[in-house]
Design a protein around this ligand. Structure first.
Ligand code: ADP
Ligand code: MG
Ligand code: ZN
Length: 475
């Protein structure tokens, strides 16, 4: 029998507020355990939560950027369960009335093309703490710094069909949240994490099959691999005539497989009810409009504009719009030079190559867009060769001198003087009679040998167009 996978994703994104969702404690990462706590977030008796307005603004922003409807009235509920990292014995979340619903993202994958993935809902909630198990001392400790840190949960419709689509959806969502500056997107620190729900159904059947939920997916690659594994596993189970058991499973990246963690609690086990300490949240049009004004051009629009206005290839436009800072760097450079494509290529290969090997982000680039464009202009105007441009760039990185100064100091000006180059070509031809004969007898590949000789003598400064022409006539 042929099975069709059905996949729905739940994403938890940590919001970039300075303070927690219901108290004034800092959200800073990496502080000593329990430094960022107070009676509210440690669940002491008699305290009252106060909603952080910035959390709501960020949730509205995320909702608008993902085409959701904002509910003018929403509510906070208590999700009751016991775990040592949850001091109150319940998590404050939104259940029956979330802040936003009915959105979508359009994704593009090979070979399915453009696909619309529905977003069921976005709700706000608080994060739980962290348990630290110390095998050396046979002890467990609890760190409540993360308790009460604001999250939004973005729940997709079960519209996804392949691991590749799941990856594309997550990358797109990740990009949007970073662009609108509500989440830092740091997956290692858990600021953006995903649970994947997967089921199979016989091809052509409308009803969904039983699903499993994969937790602990903290990279796009892991999500794709874990879903692919789970599809294979469920196919195997169903083909053997066994039922898929509804359960939570964990992905183990070192063994490349999933294993059962616990049976899935039914939703009613959480005994949700409205939190009596928090009033209903009312959001008016003015608030929504104020937030809407802060939404920048989003990755998708920027990509199409780059392709249209700068004539870039789609993969190049995707990389150049991967962050606003990189896109701005490109546009600032492109504004100052004629050859926009060269600007894109030099950023994609030379600049990003350097930044990636050194582990530096574009915001900390040792070379500014202004200096980078000056370098490109020198090549554009024929003042230096491309080979010399590479040398200048390397020097710019270490010395932060301007490109003009480096060219002057290192004597890298392009040699375009016809008679000077002609003399050089003559001497190279004179010094390599064997190669000249071979070339004339048809070994035309030797052309690059002669080019190389001249470049060597001029340390890469000879105008390649003039040399090519001179060599052709003289050979
Ligand atoms: P819970 O909160 O218990 O995890 P939800 O109903 O909120 O359950 O669903 C969570 C996610 O699971 C959603 O993304 C939804 O699209 C997805 N989902 C629901 N049913 C299925 C199914 N049968 N197969 C795959 N995904 C599913
Ligand atoms: Mg779930
Ligand atoms: Zn606190």
């Amino acid at each position: 029998m042929q099975f069709e996978p059905v996949i729905g994703l739940e994403v938890h994104a940590q919001l970039k507020t300075k303070t927690k969702i219901f108290c004034g404690c800092s959200t800073a990462f990496g502080k000593s355990p329990n430094a960022n706590t107070c009676p509210v977030c440690t669940g002491m008796p008699g305290v009252l939560p106060v909603l952080n307005k910035q959390v709501v603004s960020f949730a509205i922003k995320a909702a608008l950027a993902t085409h959701c409807n904002i509910n003018r009235e929403s509510r906070f509920d208590r999700k009751n369960y016991f775990y040592p990292d949850l001091p109150k014995g319940y998590q404050i979340s939104q259940y029956a009335l979330p802040i936003a619903e009915h959105g979508y993202l359009d994704i593009e994958t090979d070979p399915s093309g453009v696909q619309r993935i529905g977003i069921t809902r976005i709700h706000m909630e608080e994060d739980a703490g962290k348990l630290i198990h110390d095998p050396a001392r046979a002890k467990s400790m609890v760190d409540l710094n993360r308790t009460g840190v604001p999250l939004i949960e973005i729940v997709s419709e079960p519209d996804i069909r392949t691991p590749g689509q799941a990856g594309a959806y997550l990358r797109k969502l990740h990009g949007i949240l970073k662009y609108i500056d509500v989440c830092d997107g740091n997956m290692e620190e858990g600021s953006f994490r995903c649970d994947a729900n997967i089921s199979l159904r016989p091809k052509g059947q409308a009803a969904f099959g039983t699903r499993t939920e994969l937790k602990n997916l903290n990279s796009f690659k892991h999500v794709e691999k874990a879903i692919a594994y789970e599809i294979d596993r469920q196919t195997y189970v169903l083909e053997a005539g066994q039922p898929v058991i509804q359960e939570t499973r964990l992905w183990d990246p070192s063994r490349n497989k999933t294993s059962a963690m616990r049976g899935k609690e039914e939703a009613h086990d959480y005994r949700y009810f409205p939190d009596p300490d928090l009033v209903p949240l009312i959001v008016d049009d003015a608030w929504i409009q104020a937030v809407a004004k802060e939404i920048p051009e989003l990755p998708e629009e920027k990509q199409s504009r780059f392709i249209r206005d700068y004539d870039l290839a789609t993969p190049d436009a995707i990389v150049l719009t991967s962050s606003i800072a990189l896109a701005d760097f490109f546009e600032e450079t492109a504004r100052l030079v004629q050859d926009k494509k060269r600007a894109a290529n030099w950023i994609l290969t030379t600049l990003l190559g350097l930044l990636n090997t050194k582990g530096i982000s574009i915001t900390d680039s040792p070379v500014t867009a202004g200096d980078f464009s000056k370098l490109l202009l020198l090549m554009e105007q024929g003042a230096i060769t491309v080979a010399a441009g590479k040398t200048v760039f390397e020097e710019m990185v270490v010395s932060s001198k301007s490109p003009d100064r480096i060219v002057r100091e290192k004597g890298l000006e392009q040699v375009s003087d016809h008679s000077q180059l002609d003399t050089l070509v003559q001497s190279v031809i004179r010094d390599n009679p064997a190669e000249v004969t071979a070339y004339r007898e048809g070994k035309t590949k030797l052309f690059s040998f002669f080019m190389g000789q001249i470049m060597k003598k001029t340390r890469g400064k000879a105008d390649p167009a003039i040399i090519t022409q001179l060599l052709k006539t003289n050979l």
